[in-house]
Design a protein. Structure first.
Lengths: 375, 272, 291
């Protein structure tokens, strides 16, 4: 790996900025976070991803100081911050609702935290101007929050939380209130700002696309546990479980029994009467073990004639076609009744649409197209 | 625009006539020159003149205003504290008793509240006068204030307070700089409600006042027991006028701010 | 530390000035009247032992023996109940009309309902004295129209008390009903008519059931204070109008029988507990429904 790639988590000498050590959080009988251990490094853009109720917001609120830890400890730059109240932590948060103070102007909102630090007037003014410039809101400094648009409010919230130059910035669903187009633009803006300021960002989101776009690493959570922590590419291409594969993007899951055919190659028996699927795997499986093969739809080719060179090929019938503009997804029913999704890019405007409903088609993929998962 | 049905127009007209005619009649007869309030004998403002020379009424009015200002101010402070405790206080010993004590005075017949407070003041040997009325009014109007303020606090976005803490405020600073300015309209209407309740109160004041302090409602009550009097009509007219000006102004202000909010919302849409 | 102080101040205030007075009322209701200052015995000066020995239920027994009291309770209940029904009948059409009024009228109508609420209660009751008296405006009108040849006696009767209660408590009935009707989706009514209801049926089958919470809340807001009402019966009612608030007042101020007045208060409080609990439950249900 080259030196320029940012990957402090692969360097054993690197000290993490934040360290969760066996953290458990209970609300009465309910366990929100279950014995969780996690390191986040300085300058990372770290995403906590999961469905609602998975514990991601609780983790963020523990970092901000709004929830106490039931068991275990949380360290920030080597210091236990378990009992530090929120107003004394070098951590700032951007709230899901933005929580802009409605009675204060944009300028005063951004200055709020600086004033609490008893900074001099000149210092405060300089810093607020700097932040306004960063989020391109110089013209709106005197406006009240309800006099600016949703996208601008989002930027004020960001500027306000960055004004104190925190060691760590927490973002709770920062783009949830924006419409899709604005959200995509803002994602890149967030990444730019993160890079410019060099602040460590921890973002909470339920939107997998957002997490994949902005984050250096993503932690996929489920019911108080972290299922997988990895870079977006690794999460997508090498999910460690059916849960992760299914949560991120679209996937076909084929269940079967494996028998090793040597050199990391396996044959997956999945349906009576069909020939076994050949698949490569880095994880070692034993003879007769149950396995799930996860294949992304775009890794499956679809054709009207039997492909000559394909390792895995099978015939089916087109059940449904979803035309998405840039892509088309075909739902192909196999003789056993299983439905496989295959996706092709519509690279030409006037393509031959030679495949239509009820057509017999061939689908095929290579041995390395999918991932074999134990569970 | 929606057209209203004949039935709705009639019920609104009759309903508001019922609500307002008695007061209109009262106001008109305050300008009657005859002492006999039921016979119209020409326009005159002499009852207003007599009213302003009636020392007893003026004294009572002064006592009433003093009591109302002091008690509503105390009630607002205590009621806001109580509302904050109820909405944000979390769990503490005797919380149920506390919320019970906040809500009970709202439905308590005034005769009972008055009687019980009087018996307390006698029991602890406190001389009845302005002080006892203030204590009594503070107690029952703080409950109204706390209901008004807590209904605002319930709908208050808690993340605003958290944001203030997150940006380095102490809890007291967060309350003073963020919570209080935002709930101020509710606190002010709580104060106004407490003020009006105190101005209005006859029953509790009758129990808790002594010979040294007579409030206006007590004075009015003892006068009207003997029958209708044009002087009282004049006094009522002044009081109705003050309330009307106050309420109409308040509603115009809130209408203005609603219009401004709409404009702002439109400006915000264009701001992108 | 700060939190403790924040809780303690209003808490102690209410303990001393709300809860303690009730305990005193309860204690005095068990004492005997005496020609002394304070006019009851025993007092705390007599010592705890004497206190416990001499407290008894004599006053409560007295209340059951003298039919003035239970008649007053009964009559208060009847008057409060009938006035509540009347207020509902007057208030519902007004609230309904407001909810159906054009949007630009709503704020003004709302203000018109709230305005009397800020106006002195005493003055609003007093306004009716001049209208209802024998030579009053109403009788002048009736005579002029030839509807009656003799002035009707209305003032100092129970009828005048009904009018007074309906008039003064009307805003308390209108506001919760209006709030409930205002939340109603207009398309519900249209849907009912679309499914074959006449307008009247739609009103009975959809609008009324859905405004039930407002009706219940408004009714309790009228019934509960009307039960202990003092000003209205003493200004508009006559000697024939028995209401318990007035009895308590007279027992205390005119007869100076503090123990009996206290016993009257204790019973009134016990009677009020049922409607208050029902009211609270209705409010809670409504809050839960809103969430």
């Amino acid at each position: 790996m080259s030196q320029t790639v940012f990957a402090p988590w692969e360097n054993p000498d690197e000290k993490p900025l934040i360290r969760f050590q066996n953290v458990t959080k209970r609300f009465g009988e309910f366990t929100a976070i279950d014995d969780l251990t996690l390191d986040i490094y300085a300058q990372e853009f770290f995403a906590l991803l999961g469905p609602s109720g998975c514990g991601k917001t609780t983790m963020m609120r523990m970092l901000a100081g709004f929830e106490t830890v039931t068991e275990g400890r949380i360290e920030l730059a080597g210091q236990d911050i378990g009992h530090v109240p929120p107003n004394e932590r070098a951590v700032n948060m951007m709230f899901q609702s933005y929580a802009l103070f409605p009675h204060l102007s944009v300028w005063e909102n951004i200055a709020f935290g600086l004033k609490r630090d008893k900074k001099s007037k000149g210092e405060i003014e300089a810093r607020v101007e700097e932040m306004l410039k960063l989020v391109r809101l110089e013209k709106f400094a005197r406006r009240k929050p309800h006099q600016i648009s949703g996208g601008q409010r989002q930027r004020v919230a960001l500027a306000r939380s960055l004004a104190k130059a925190p060691k760590l910035l927490l973002l709770d669903e920062p783009l949830g209130a924006l419409d899709k187009k604005l959200r995509q633009e803002t994602q890149f803006e967030l990444m730019d700002i993160q890079e410019t300021t060099g602040t460590t960002f921890v973002i909470v989101t339920h939107d997998q696309e957002e997490a994949m776009t902005v984050a250096s690493r993503v932690a996929v959570m489920d019911e108080g546990l972290i299922v997988q922590v990895a870079t977006p590419a690794a999460i997508y291409e090498y999910p460690n479980s059916v849960y992760v594969a299914d949560f991120i993007g679209d996937v076909n899951i084929i269940e079967g029994q494996v028998s090793p055919s040597g050199d990391g190659e396996y044959a997956l028996t999945w349906n009576e009467g069909q020939s076994p699927i050949e698949a490569a795997s880095q994880t070692v499986f034993s003879e007769g073990q149950k396995a799930h093969l996860a294949i992304r739809p775009e890794k499956i080719r679809i054709s009207t004639e039997k492909p000559e060179d394909a390792v895995n090929a099978m015939q089916g019938k087109v059940l449904d076609i979803a035309y998405l503009g840039n892509l088309s997804t075909y739902h192909v029913e196999l003789p056993g009744g299983q439905i496989i999704k295959a996706q092709t890019a519509n690279t030409r405007r006037l393509a031959r649409r030679d495949i239509t409903w009820e057509d017999p088609v061939w689908i095929s993929w290579s041995a390395t197209a999918g991932v074999m998962l134990e569970q | 625009m929606k057209r209203m049905s004949w039935f709705n127009v009639t019920s609104l007209t009759l309903g508001f006539a019922f609500l307002y005619l008695p007061m209109v009649v009262l106001v008109i007869y305050s300008f009657n020159s005859s002492k006999l309030v039921t016979v119209w004998a020409g326009f005159s403002t002499k009852w207003y003149g007599e009213l302003f020379q009636n020392e007893a009424f003026l004294d009572a009015a002064w006592v009433t205003i003093k009591v109302a200002v002091v008690s509503s101010t105390f009630a607002t402070v205590l009621g806001t504290m109580a509302a904050y405790v109820l909405v944000r206080g979390g769990r503490f010993m005797g919380r149920t008793l506390f919320s019970g004590m906040i809500y009970a005075p709202l439905v308590m017949p005034e005769v009972i509240t008055g009687l019980s407070l009087l018996l307390l003041f006698i029991g602890i040997g406190l001389d009845r006068g302005v002080l006892t009325i203030v204590l009594a009014h503070t107690t029952f109007s703080m409950c109204y204030v706390s209901v008004v303020v807590s209904s605002r606090l319930v709908s208050f976005d808690r993340s605003l307070e958290e944001a203030a803490l997150d940006l380095g405020s102490t809890p007291w600073e967060a309350f003073r700089l963020v919570t209080l300015p935002i709930i101020a309209p509710a606190v002010i209407s709580g104060w106004l409600l407490a003020f009006t309740l105190s101005l209005d109160d006859l029953v509790i004041a009758s129990f808790t006042s002594g010979p040294s302090a007579t409030t206006l409602p007590i004075k009015i009550f003892s006068a009207v027991r003997l029958g209708v009097s044009p002087e009282i009509n004049a006094l009522s007219t002044i009081m109705i006028l003050i309330v009307t000006v106050g309420v109409v102004t308040a509603s115009l202000v809130s209408k203005q701010s609603a219009i401004r909010a709409q404009k702002d919302a439109r400006a915000a849409e264009r701001a992108d | 530390m700060r939190r403790t102080a924040l809780i303690a101040v209003p808490y102690l205030w209410l303990m001393v000035l709300f809860l303690a007075p009730f305990l005193i009322v309860l204690k005095i209701s068990l004492s005997d009247a005496a020609l002394a200052i304070p006019p009851y015995t025993p007092t705390f000066k007599d010592g705890i032992g004497a206190l416990i020995r001499e407290l008894d239920f004599e006053n409560f027994v007295f209340l059951t023996e003298d039919d003035l009291y239970w008649k007053a309770y009964l009559s208060s209940f009847r008057i409060a109940f009938i006035s509540t029904v009347l207020t509902l009948l007057v208030g519902y059409p007004i609230a309904y009309g407001m909810a159906k009024a054009p949007d630009e009228w709503r704020a003004t109508l709302m203000m018109l309902v709230i305005l009397p609420f800020w106006t002195s209660f005493l003055i609003r009751v007093y306004a009716w004295m001049g209208i209802l008296s024998n030579e009053g405006l109403l009788n002048q009108l009736l005579l002029w129209l030839g509807l009656t040849s003799e002035p009707l006696v209305i003032l100092n009767t129970t009828t005048a008390v009904y009018i007074g209660i309906v008039y003064t408590y009307l805003p308390f009935m209108i506001l919760p009903i209006y709030a409930a009707l205002d939340r109603l989706d207009a398309s519900l009514d249209e849907a009912a008519q679309d499914l074959g209801c006449t307008r009247m049926q739609a009103f009975w089958l959809v609008t009324i059931p859905l405004s039930k919470n407002g009706i219940v809340a408004g009714s309790f807001l009228v019934f509960i204070p009307a039960l202990g009402e003092f000003v209205i019966p003493s200004l508009l009612g006559g000697s024939g109008t028995l209401m318990i608030g007035k009895v308590l007042w007279e027992e205390f101020f005119n007869n100076r029988d503090w123990p009996v007045a206290s016993a009257v208060a204790v019973i009134l409080l016990l009677l009020l507990i049922i409607p208050i609990v029902l009211f609270q439950r209705n409010q809670q249900k409504q809050q839960e429904a809103e969430q």
